[in-house]
Structure formats: C-alpha cells, structure tokens
Ligand binder design. Structure first.
Ligand SMILES: [Zn+2]
Length: 87
C-alpha cells in the first residue's frame, strides 16, 4: 500500500493530523466500523476515536478514504483523545 504521510492526506483529503476518526478498537480500521470489512472481533469490539496522526503511525492499515467517512468533528489539541465513543 502507498505510504501515506500527513502532508499527502492533507493535500488530497484535507485530513488534519488532529482530526479524529472512528475506528474499531480491535483492528483500528474505520472500514471495519463502517461495515465494509469485518475483523474477527467486529461484533464485540468497541469503537474508539483515533487521530489521523496516530493512524498513520500504525501503517496506515487502510486507505484514508475510509477515514473521510468516519471522521468525528475536529477536536482542539487540548481536548485530549476521545475515548469511549460508542456505536
Ligand atoms: Zn475491527
């Protein structure tokens, strides 16, 4: 998979480092939460908010287009990470 960077997800999708994306807590993929792909724990896993910056550090594990569909309203840097976002 193409190596996405903060610079090119911003240029192409206007995804900021501190945009939060709802992802499956088990596999860290929005496509799982969106129902386009299910990991083994999809039925029981929580949904969590992770920043674009953190998701890029993980791989990324999936195409950033999925993140656009699962984006949470941007949070301020001092809001801290979102936790406990539920379906
Ligand atoms: Zn999953």
């Amino acid at each position: 998979m193409k190596k996405w960077t903060l610079s090119n997800v911003w240029t192409k999708y206007r995804l900021d480092a501190l945009d939060y994306i709802q992802v499956c807590a088990n596999c860290n993929q929005a496509s799982c939460w969106l129902g386009e792909f299910y990991c083994d724990s999809a039925k029981t896993a929580d949904v969590v908010g992770r920043s674009v910056r953190d998701l890029l550090k993980l791989g990324p594990l999936e195409h950033p287009e999925y993140w656009l569909k699962a984006r949470i309203k941007r949070t301020r840097i001092d809001d801290g990470p979102l936790t406990g976002v539920t379906k």
